[in-house]
Ligand binder design. Structure first.
Ligand SMILES: [Cu+2]
Length: 122
């Protein structure tokens, strides 16, 4: 009887530690690798403004716009082709990865006075 209890205890320890090692390894690998591949910059849309309005980033950077206003907004490239968030409701966000260098002016389609830009460096 004692042997059985001992065996069960050992088995439980082995399974438990294996699960622990796997979960720790998994938790470590994933976000780090992803974050290094595409660093992310956040632009808030608040009080009818893009904050910060002008940002400079490196090529390959992801920009994430988050609408903090209770009103809908968009983040739309002035040329309409490079990127367009579409209508973002309260709390919604849109992400775009900038792959080519240059100055990318953009605005809000609903409130055209809301203007801002992203400068992408090589
Ligand atoms: Cu707007």
């Amino acid at each position: 009887m004692r042997r059985i209890i001992l065996l069960i205890t050992v088995a439980a320890l082995v399974v438990g530690s294996t699960l622990f090692v796997v979960s720790v390894a998994g938790a470590h690998k994933h976000p780090t690798a992803k974050a290094q591949k595409h660093p992310t910059k956040t632009v808030l849309i608040k009080n009818f403004r893009f904050k910060p309005a002008n940002i400079t980033i490196k090529r390959g950077t992801r920009v994430r716009w988050i609408n903090k206003d209770p009103h809908p907004h968009t983040a739309t490239a002035n040329n309409k082709r490079s990127f367009d968030s579409g209508r973002l409701g309260k709390g919604q966000s849109y992400t775009h990865t900038f792959k080519s260098a240059g100055k990318k002016p953009y605005h809000c389609e609903i409130h055209p006075f809301m203007r801002a830009s992203v400068v992408v460096k090589r």
